[in-house]
Design a protein around this ligand. Structure first.
Ligand code: AR6
Length: 177
């Protein structure tokens, strides 16, 4: 990875709802009406106004992204994206997951977002294999950043130690390549 790209990407272990960034990404479902995992945590931290705005959005197809305000979160915006459910890899899961990252970053840039945090989309309840998802996430984000000035900074926020370790390894591997 070029030095310039290297400084724009980082990994942190923690709770995405506490991130001091312009936008956080939510790993939502197509209804956009909340759920468990990171989705539940974001709705709890943002407050009921978030659900009210999500109702007015009217859902989001897998692979696409929608932007709302962040309400009680430190982040100004929430970008809701819907990752694919893992069905073994033969149902376009890789392309759909890459689209989540690309579409979220495009929407962020349109709104002047300078810093953005991503969770490990699809790797929880949706069961996408972690290493495969992480490689796709890192590759896709690197490619977008190489041709776009915004966002200036992307943080991958990992909730647990195992996920953090995989992200660090793959990001460091990418830095050598
Ligand atoms: N901050 C950062 N990451 C988190 C947090 C948090 N507060 N909480 C969980 N994670 P998942 P998916 C991690 O299941 O697989 C929801 O019900 C978690 O450890 O949240 O895309 C939606 O409504 C894992 O590494 O999302 C959908 O129905 C990662 O976030 C469905 O789950 C993603 O796990 C989406 O499933």
């Amino acid at each position: 990875m070029s030095d310039e790209l290297d400084t724009r990407l980082s990994v942190e272990q923690g709770d995405i709802t506490r991130q001091q960034v312009d936008a956080i990404v939510n790993a939502a479902n197509e209804s956009l009406l909340g759920g468990g995992g990171v989705d539940g945590a974001i709705h709890r931290a943002a407050g009921p106004e978030l659900l009210a705005e999500c109702r007015s959005v009217g859902g989001c197809p897998t692979g696409e992204a929608r932007l709302t305000q962040g309400y009680r979160l430190p982040a100004k915006y929430v970008i809701h994206t819907v990752g694919p459910v893992w069905h073994g890899g033969g149902q376009d899961e890789d392309a759909l997951l890459a689209a989540c990252y690309r579409n979220s970053l495009a929407l962020a840039a349109e709104h002047g977002v300078r810093s953005i945090a991503f969770p490990a989309i699809s790797t929880g309840v949706y069961r996408f294999p972690l290493e495969r998802a992480t490689r796709l996430a890192v590759e896709t984000v690197r490619r977008v950043l190489a041709s776009s000035e915004l966002p200036e900074r992307v943080v991958f926020v990992c909730f647990d130690e195992a996920t953090t370790a995989v992200y660090r390894e793959i990001l460091e591997g990418a830095a050598d390549g």
